[in-house]
Design a protein around this ligand. Structure first.
Ligand SMILES: [Zn+2]
Length: 159
């Protein structure tokens, strides 16, 4: 009985410490949820639909160039809203896998709190490379679009 009480308190203390650590990491006091809220807000495009999303992918591309990186940008869209943004960070990170599309998938997953991006669409300034298409496939992205005209590249496939 005494052992049970002791281990019970131990578990309580560990939970308490974890909660505090999470609060500190997120700059707040109430846990993991704050980590998501701490990301800067995504500004939604004024132009509705695909043209606005393609435009925003090209804004991300512009940002990549400004930062001295490769000229690629991408966004993830869910229910008509941008939920993830990606700026190529291959050179600036440096990370050979930090393509704009991968960055956008990571941002969306972080913001939505799930690796499952079912029902989401990926807009890229250029057509996705095989690595990014595979990543979109694993993320369960519904459809991919690329270029200024938001050309429909269909559902991502493993090649
Ligand atoms: Zn790629």
């Amino acid at each position: 009985m005494a052992d049970d009480l002791t281990s019970g308190h131990g578990a309580c203390n560990r939970r308490h410490v974890l909660r505090r650590a999470a609060g500190v990491l997120a700059g707040g006091a109430s846990g993991f949820v704050l980590a998501r809220e701490a990301l800067p807000d995504i500004v939604q495009p004024r132009r509705a639909g695909a043209p606005g999303f393609a435009e925003r992918a090209f804004e991300m591309r512009r940002l990549a160039v400004e930062r001295g990186d490769q000229a690629y940008g991408a966004v993830v869209v869910k229910d008509g809203r941008i939920v993830g943004e990606g700026v190529s960070a291959v050179l600036t990170t440096p990370d050979p896998t930090a393509h704009a599309e991968i960055q956008a998938l990571r941002d969306a997953a972080k913001r939505l709190g799930t690796p499952d991006l079912s029902g989401c669409e990926l807009y890229g300034s250029s057509r996705a490379c095989p690595m990014c298409e595979a990543a979109a496939y694993w993320a369960r992205i519904a459809r991919m679009y690329h270029g200024e005209a938001a050309t429909d590249a269909g559902a991502p496939r493993l090649r």
